[in-house]
Design a protein around this ligand. Sequence first.
Ligand SMILES: Nc1ncnc2c1ncn2[C@@H]1O[C@H](COP(=O)(O)OP(=O)(O)OP(=O)(O)O)[C@@H](O)[C@H]1O
Ligand SMILES: [Mg+2]
Length: 754
Amino acid sequence: MTQVANLLEGLNPAQREAVETVDGPLLIIAGPGSGKTRVITHRIAYLVQEYGVSPYSILAMTFTNKAAREMTDRLGRLAGPHAGALTVGTFHSFCARLLRIEGDFIGLSRNYSIFDDDDQISAIKQCLGQADYDPKRYPPRAVLSAISRAKNVLQDSQAMARDAAGYYFEEVCARVYRHYEELLARNNAVDFDDLLLRTVQLFREYPVVLQRYQDRYGYLMVDEFQDTNVAQYQLSRQLSQGHQNFCVVGDPDQSIYSWRSADVRNILNFKNDYPRAKVISLGQNYRSTANILNAAKGLIESNGKRLDHQLFTDNSTGQPVRVDEAYDEDEEAGKVIGEIKRLTREESFKLGDCAVMYRVNAQSRAMEEACLQQGVKYRLVGGTRFYQRKEIRDLTAYLRLVYNQQDDQTLARVVSVPPRGLGAKSMQQLGEWATGRGVSTFDAMREITLASRNKQPSPVSLPSRAASSIAKFVDLIERLVAISREAEVVKLIDVLLSESGLQKHIQESDERPEERWENVMDFRGIAQEFNAETPPDGLGSLLERTSLVSQVDDLEDAEDSITLITLHQAKGLEFPVVFIVGMEEGLLPHSRSLDSEEQTEEERRLCYVGMTRAEQRLYLMRAFRRNFRGGSGGPAAASRFLREIPEDLLVPAALSSTAARTVTSPQPGGGSSIRAAALAAASVAPSSGPALKVGDPVRHRAFGDGIVMACEVTASDVEVTVEFAGGVGAKRLLLSFAPLEKLSDSEDPGLGGR
Ligand SMILES: Nc1ncnc2c1ncn2[C@@H]1O[C@H](COP(=O)(O)OP(=O)(O)OP(=O)(O)O)[C@@H](O)[C@H]1O
Ligand SMILES: [Mg+2]
């Protein structure tokens, strides 16, 4: 009994009510950090300890495996040895297990396989062929997405076809879908969406089976209910039909998965589907300081359609949210790491207290590198490490071969990306011949090419197609080698990308071509740093850097390490210190979301989720330039979200960067009064106007003297065009960063009046 008392003690009255409501449907809608997940875990422990409910009959669904693990951990502490008998997992893991046992009913044998992304795409390609559709007109990725959407609303191919009548693309997809179903069946396989769909179908067609699971699971709970899709909701309804002991917790303001067909309307439907449902809201946030909470609330209020609910905290005010700006993503990363080091040195924080969150995976690259340079351990949640991504490995393999043609290992990788008609058999023959003569594969290729150029018979008998492929390949590599000896690294990369066909290969790939190309451009941005070295030393240094970075896998699970994580994956988690990087228009909100208000609102919720992960410190960072946008590093305006946060809760942080890097571009740090004025103008508040006007004479630390030709106020800065004397010409500069000094009129360099 004392244990039960303890279970309830740590709860406020609303939470306690939720825990004690053990029978019937229960809907808990509440904001971040209000204890929703805590209520679920306590409720489970309470059911077991107070009511003697068998843990075997409790099913709790979470959204990610990580969340499931965290809940099991918390339950281990609360429910002790009972915890093992509980079923806690994601919808997908629950269904996968169920289908292993019951799949026979619907023709799936026990050893069925689950198709991953690559498998799915090649299956779709095959099906497009069977149905006689041109994959150029019907991109497999788009077809697969349409099929996935149909599956998420529980449509099989027939249902999809019925719905598609009159919409040509959908009709095509429905036909491909039918072939795809057959293919999956032939392979005794399912895809990710099928796990849910097939389980719901199984329950529908075999009530006996459903009955068994209804009997077993007398209590059902779902966390993060705002992110369930139709299939997940349907499955929960089936399971809870009889007893209706169904408890869901969620927060409409944190719904961030509509792109995966999650439907926040499930929360609203809940009240219709379960009219007896008790609704409880939890108003108190226990996670964050008042400043952090209020900043987040200020942001989310910009969303139009919201269920209004109260959210307050008794926590201390805490420090203001810190906002800082950097020249580019590397400086941004350097500043973040510098501040984290300071927090661990001067305050009581540990590395494990700190998390850095970002919108897209490509942003992890700069952070990973800064960690490495500074010897700070990190763990990357989800996502492949930057240098291990396929497109980056392909590109660096080319560079490595150009640097050292004796590397057979690397040649083997490069030779078929993109495919160039050199089959495994030819390569094997070639390899054997080379080994026999004790030369590298590339040298052997060179000999063959030389022979054919001199119209001599080939020393190895190869199909003529292979021989001509080899000659082309040798040509390509030799040309690149020549360039590498005289040109800057970036130039080499550019020629390589276009002439090897790698660029086309990546941009036309089926798998996230945009994101992959962004990664390549990000890599190009890194390479820029080595441009200054004499060729081919720059290439050598670049390669050294990349291999160093990819050799530190063992850092991954280190306990005392900072966490690098996307905003999407951060859902449900909490950290004492949070940095959100890349607060820029086009990134957060993401450019793909800008054409619809609804999607922009989802981006705002995503930012809200990120901010509300923070317990004590929150930092919002932006960079003026970001290399992965296309290598040129176009300037980006500050995120509108920064302006939407109440200004009095923010302070400029002016963090110092620890990154040891040589910068050739204009750098923050000039001490002129114009800079101060411009910084004020460039703060998160809308600009108060330029401190320079057209015609003003100015002096730049590097470019010399010039005249202001144009001033343009952007969202967060002032862009000035200055015509410099002495053959330097016109430059466009960001006022807040350019080391510009206004001259008195008597110092006019004499260009004026044009
Ligand atoms: N009554 C309470 N007393 C003390 N701490 C609490 C109380 N309720 C919740 N907490 C703590 O507040 C933090 C947030 O709780 P929890 O993670 O359950 O919130 P949540 O509503 O699930 O948040 P999110 O919406 O972000 O998932 C946790 O550290 C939790 O232990
Ligand atoms: Mg939670």
